[in-house]
Design a protein around this ligand. Structure first.
Ligand code: NDP
Length: 295
């Protein structure tokens, strides 16, 4: 079997096109475009390229995005102060704030993320937004998790009553995705297993999955023998590996071997990544709509 490729890039372009009109409407109604501020700390090349991709995507749909840089030597207090200043509007009115992760080692990431007010938290990491998601009344859903669910819905892959196995339990990907797939309604109602580094018999859990999601950060972790024939495999992982022809990006899934077994699979790059960006734009639009009472 050769798996159907789930094209996240194409879906992200469709989502962007549908957001453009809504952004225009909000811009007209509120007298200014929705505004997103992205905080980039230090000079890690991968983070800088993600931030550039987010800012460019925002510009494409008419969202005003600004990148605020801080030095890699910044401490927790400085970054908390910076985020609070942005939230107060020191740099102009703002609808959404995103702090690009990871932050440097000396920084308390939770303290910095907590400085983003819940109503500007377009990444969906604030405890209030996490709580609303866990209670089944989401406001800002973490972008990658939302993107994976959207991809499944768009591809017509049923989730209700299906077994979904997620490998990776981070607060930003695995955990919110588990909540989403287990929630009631469209793109939900799955029976979810959440695996992590202490999981015993990982391969056995994975083989039970109708929908297998890898969100770990280990190239080649998911091999063909861990995948039930016909299963849907979503590869969230982004890993840079060195090869004979220089470095390239790969996911957590052994793509070549697994695509011969799976029914559908996401590529890396071009799978979940573009959807993460599209969902960020959707969350920023939502924040602006909530601000002016349109939602
Ligand atoms: P984290 O490092 O926060 O979490 C990794 C998770 O994987 C943890 O729950 C960890 O378990 C688990 N884990 C580690 N080793 C194993 C193992 N051998 N078997 C089973 N589980 C294991 O990562 P993130 O969630 O932030 O990111 C995961 C991957 O997704 C990364 O490659 C990241 O770059 C990528 N990513 C991609 C995005 C996209 O847009 N496509 C967006 C965000 C992330 P434990 O909890 O026990 O430590």
């Amino acid at each position: 079997m050769t798996a159907t490729l789930l094209d996240g890039k194409a879906l992200a372009a469709t989502i962007e096109a549908s957001l453009r009109d809504e952004v225009d409407a909000v811009t007209t109604a509120s007298g200014r475009p929705p505004r997103l501020v992205v905080v980039l700390v230090g000079d890690v090349a991968a983070s800088a390229s993600y931030v550039t991709a987010k800012a460019r995507a925002a510009a494409r749909v008419g969202i005003d995005a600004e990148v605020v840089r801080a030095p890699g030597s910044a401490d927790t207090a400085a970054l908390v102060g910076l985020v609070r200043g942005i939230a107060r509007g020191d740099q102009g009115a703002v609808d959404g704030i995103l702090v690009q992760l990871p932050l440097p080692r000396q920084v308390d990431t939770t303290a910095v993320l907590d400085a983003v007010p819940a109503d500007l938290d377009v990444d969906g990491f604030h405890p209030e937004n996490a709580g609303l998601l866990s209670q089944g009344r989401p406001r800002f859903i973490p972008c990658t998790a939302a993107g994976v669910q959207r991809l499944l819905v768009d591809a017509g892959i049923p989730t209700a009553g299906r077994r979904a196995v997620i490998v990776g339990r981070s607060d930003i990907v695995g955990k919110p995705l588990a909540l989403l797939l287990a929630s009631r309604g469209r793109g939900g109602d799955a029976t979810v297993t959440l695996c992590h580094s202490h999981t015993q018999d990982l391969a056995e859990h994975c083989r039970s999955a109708d929908i297998l999601v890898a969100a770990v950060g280990q190239p080649g972790l998911i091999t063909a023998d861990m995948v039930r024939p016909g299963a849907t495999v979503i590869d969230v992982g982004i890993n840079r590996v060195e090869g004979s022809e220089g470095s390239r990006l790969v996911g957590d899934v052994d793509f070549a071997a697994v695509s011969a077994v799976a029914g559908a699979i996401t590529p890396v790059p071009g799978g979940v990544g573009p959807l993460t960006v599209a969902m960020l734009l959707a969350n920023t639009l939502l924040a602006a709509e909530l601000r002016i009472g349109r939602r």
